[in-house]
Design a protein around this ligand. Structure first.
Ligand SMILES: C[S@@+](CC[C@H](N)C(=O)[O-])C[C@H]1O[C@@H](n2cnc3c(N)ncnc32)[C@H](O)[C@@H]1O
Length: 233
């Protein structure tokens, strides 16, 4: 089963399991929102509708949080799983958020447009390292001056021993949050598609892509939020 088919298969129950499977959910997604928000607020203050591109948007968790924090944003959601996007479209429409959904692969040309923020959560780690690196360059190229790229991501440990610890801690935390063995086993099955990379490597690729003020803004074991800014004109 492909990674997108694996997510389509759980589209109906995906959101309920997230708070159990992503420890420190509010800090993790909340940091991504804080990183992405400033250029959106600047655009609104100048009378322009800010444009956001959400890569691997799934059921729209990050887009929903971002548009709740900064109302008046228009979001483009890209994902290869059409059922995940259908859930996202329903949620965004119910909240009156301007949006378009694009079914496509992260390796396809990005949806046309220039964006105040390109955001992503827990999706880019499905690409191999060259795919991530190329995507970071393509994401940087569609940012408006002053625009922000942020990735709330599952990362690899910088050494095999730390990576093993990341996994051990994740299982313990997910269990403490109420995930049972079946839920963890199902998540592990989807994680067979994962190709996470260490956060330091990924920040280096963002610098290489031409972004400035690159930083890791949040990190708790395997969950990290990192990004950078397109220099102002
Ligand atoms: C763990 S979910 C994350 C969804 C959402 N961003 C969130 O934070 O809940 C990963 C998503 O990435 C999508 N995805 C993975 N690889 C992809 C690819 N190569 N092209 C397009 N979408 C992909 C999957 O379909 C899935 O919806």
């Amino acid at each position: 089963m492909s990674v997108t088919a694996a997510f389509d298969a759980v589209a109906g129950s995906y959101d309920q399991a997230r708070r159990r499977l992503v420890p420190r959910f509010d800090d993790f997604y909340g940091t991504a929102v804080e990183v992405a928000a400033p250029p959106l607020r600047t655009a609104l203050a100048s009378g322009r509708t800010p444009e956001v591109l959400d890569l691997g948007a799934g059921t729209g968790l990050l887009s929903l949080l971002l548009t709740a924090a900064v109302p008046g944003v228009r979001v483009t959601l890209l994902d290869g799983a059409s059922r995940m996007l259908a859930v996202a479209a329903e949620g965004l429409a119910a909240r009156g958020v301007a949006h378009r959904t694009v079914v496509g692969d992260l390796t396809d040309p990005l949806p046309a447009g220039r964006y105040d923020a390109v955001v992503s959560a827990l999706a880019i780690h499905h690409l191999d390292d060259e795919g991530k690196r190329t995507l970071y360059r393509r994401a940087a190229a569609v940012l408006l001056p002053g625009g922000v790229f942020v990735n709330a991501e599952q990362v690899a440990g910088p050494t095999p021993e730390l990576d093993r610890r990341y996994d051990e801690v994740w299982v313990a935390q997910a269990g403490a949050l109420g995930s049972d063995d079946a839920e963890i086993a199902a998540a592990r099955e989807r994680m067979r598609h994962d190709r996470p990379a260490p956060v330091a490597d990924q920040c280096g690729w963002l610098v290489e892509a031409g972004l400035v003020d690159v930083d890791c803004f949040f990190k708790a074991w395997r969950f990290a939020v990192f990004g950078g800014r397109c220099a102002s004109a």
